[in-house]
Design a protein around this ligand. Structure first.
Ligand SMILES: Cc1cc2nc3c(=O)[nH]c(=O)nc-3n(C[C@H](O)[C@H](O)[C@H](O)COP(=O)(O)OP(=O)(O)OC[C@H]3O[C@@H](n4cnc5c(N)ncnc54)[C@H](O)[C@@H]3O)c2cc1C
Length: 388
């Protein structure tokens, strides 16, 4: 039976990053992933699944050696971020406000995963099992036993990075609290007539926001949040009919667009009741699924990765047992409050902007104008969003 220090279930962005960060500590790691990401080719169209990657996440990807490859493939930095409901309350943040050259990058999820996989391939401490899936998991006194479809392996610690519907979380009976939002989102890749590559913006409506994330060249990723039924209707339209709807409902600053690809996504909030149970630790979407309105989901997952690496490194440095319950508990202490705060902030935004009363509308626009006018507030809000 093969024995590992840590087995990471799920080789997505968070799982792959955690495998590398734990291997950096000298631990022997296995990654279990059921499907291999498609290799990159420059002629490929942009994927629909993209993420706004914060400065903090960029630091982690640099540390893990993945950043350089991502820059060579494709990425789009942005240095301005705008939010508004009423045009008079238009609020723009600039990288200069926090003395940075940019606020983040828009990157395709698959390319982030692939760039991390490249590093994993070259790492002597990591074994990749793919395609492979977990059948069962048993926690024993000295280790955990993972039955895979082709073999059984052992680990001192199991990292569940298997996404929002985490099988590991279910196998060890960790419950969740949460709900499905009344809104869904549609991701739409477009070619843009106007160049607007240095800004990402979001305008709020009572039915949900519309957002533009810049992509390399004259392309962008649009996100349209609306009631589920309306998103179902929009997703069924032909590309040219959808273009007409976009012209009617997105702000004029978008200009003319040509729809290239589109797909709807449900929106869920879910928070695991505990991040640690015995030898199992939850990371990323397996621990928390957040409304993507402010593009924070994977950024929180990368903060989990960094926090776990930090507590294990401290234990190793102090000569403690790195996988003892008291060490692992520190990971949950570090991350739970921060994740909950971000989830609650997103919900406050979601519910406040869905409110139809004129008083609520006045209050939220006044709040946005205030943030725009008070430099310290603006700086703090921006630093929080960038994860620094
Ligand atoms: C519409 C939308 C827009 C978003 N925009 C942003 C954004 O701008 N910025 C941002 O930070 N976040 C964004 N997010 C959130 C972000 O996509 C997620 O937080 C992120 O994908 C979670 O990464 P993960 O690695 O934890 O999970 P996943 O990406 O779900 O990866 C899980 C991996 O585990 C594998 N797996 C699952 N079960 C098993 C099993 N039993 N055995 C083996 N392998 C398994 C899967 O194949 C997959 O590779 C958005 C989400 C949505 C829905």
């Amino acid at each position: 039976m093969k024995q590992f220090d840590c087995v990471v279930v799920g080789g997505g962005m968070v799982g792959a990053a955690s495998a590398l960060s734990l291997a950096e500590l000298g631990l022997k790691i296995a990654v279990i992933e059921r499907s291999e990401p498609k290799a990159y080719a420059p002629e490929q169209a942009f994927d629909l699944r993209v993420s706004a990657i914060s400065l903090a996440s960029e630091q982690l990807l640099k540390q893990l050696g993945a950043w350089q490859q991502l820059q060579q493939w494709r990425s789009c930095p942005y240095k301005r971020l705008a939010v508004w409901e009423h045009e008079q309350a238009y609020t723009e943040f600039n990288a200069e406000d926090i003395a940075q050259s940019h606020l983040g990058h828009i990157l395709e999820n698959r390319l982030i995963q692939l760039s991390l996989w490249q590093q994993i391939e070259n790492h002597p401490n990591i074994d990749m099992f793919c395609p492979e899936s977990l059948v069962s998991l048993q926690q024993k006194a000295t280790h955990a036993e993972l039955t895979l479809s082709s073999q059984v392996i052992e680990a001192k610690l199991v990292i569940a990075a298997d996404g929002a519907n985490s099988q590991v979380r279910k196998l060890v009976n960790i419950g969740t609290t949460g709900w499905d939002y009344a809104q869904s989102a549609m991701l739409i890749n477009v070619k843009t007539e106007l160049p607007q590559q240095d800004i990402t913006w979001q305008q709020y409506f009572q039915t949900g926001p519309v957002a533009m994330l810049p992509m390399p060249g004259s392309t962008a990723s649009l996100v349209w949040y609306h009631h589920k039924d309306e998103i179902t209707r929009l997703a069924a339209l032909s590309n040219s009919n959808l273009e007409d709807e976009i012209q009617q409902h997105f702000p004029v600053r978008l200009g003319k667009v040509e729809v290239v690809a589109k797909a709807p996504f449900p929106l869920t909030r879910r928070h695991a009741n505990q991040y640690v149970k015995g030898r199992v630790v939850l990371l990323g979407d397996a621990a928390h699924t957040i409304n993507p309105m402010a593009g924070q989901g994977v950024n929180l997952g990368f903060k989990d990765v960094k926090a776990l690496q930090t507590v294990l490194a401290e234990a190793i440095g102090n000569g403690e047992s790195w996988n003892s319950p008291s060490v692992i508990a520190k990971y949950e202490q570090k991350r739970r409050k921060d994740n909950l705060m971000m989830m609650t902030t997103m919900d406050a935004l979601y519910f406040s902007f869905s409110h139809v009363s004129p008083l609520a509308k006045f209050a939220r626009n006044a709040a946005l104008s205030l943030v725009n006018k008070v430099p310290l507030m603006k700086k703090k809000a921006l630093a929080y969003a960038c994860g620094i």
